[in-house]
Design a protein around this ligand. Sequence first.
Ligand SMILES: Cc1ncc(COP(=O)(O)O)c(C=O)c1O
Length: 260
Amino acid sequence: MGLICTPCWTFIYHLNVERRESLQPFERNVAKEKEGKSMESYLAKVVHFGINHIFQYHLWVTSGMNPSLNLYGCTLIVLAEWKPPVYDNTRGITLVTATTRRNSPNNLDSKIHHNNLLNNILAKIEGNNAQADDAIMLDKDGYVSETNATNIFLVKKGRILTPHADNCLPGITRATVMDLATKENLVVDERRISLSEFHTADEVWTTGTMGELNPVIRVDGRIVGDGRVGPMTQRLQKAYKKFTAVSGVPIPTLQQSREN
Ligand SMILES: Cc1ncc(COP(=O)(O)O)c(C=O)c1O
């Protein structure tokens, strides 16, 4: 198991139940060091430490293809990444559709957040070659699943749509944005969505921990809406910012960590 911590307020808040469970073997191993502190505060400490060191909690016996030969359980890797926002959330980003498909559960279930995302990397390279910020990936049936690194939403006639999480990662930012939209009394539908619906959407945005809500202003060369960040996107960006400001656990800045 690999876990990458990004140093933003939202990360700690977003350790959801599933991820907490996957951290349990690690929690047991470090129970002594942790001494009753919550996982959040422990991880905050680990991230703090990781700023100056690549921190690896690492004890294993090479297991080949057989996990049962691994005597020491999961490996937790925490990499503190200090970098500016990945996407331009003020002006918006551009997407192109990749030919490389996202996995269906027939192969490797896209619900697993694993480190073998080679087809996503190939899709991203297609995006790079087309000078786009990211690439839309279709599922095995040709419906939109997500982008190579984020979940995706559209707005049409005041309704928000996002693909079912059948062939994509059910991202924690996606779930938060869906909750926030419901609290704002907006309608959110999950269903299969075709590419042409994205081409004719009023607004499009993507979501992910590393970029939060990223407005999309062009898809496959077509301008989305009027080419500017739409009102629904702005409303949810504000709601997200407000929410994470009150519910997140602050992580020290790079400067603070160097001083300590
Ligand atoms: C393929 C993919 N989809 C979506 C996401 C967004 O997920 P989250 O909101 O949990 O960061 C990620 C994040 O790493 C991802 O790799």
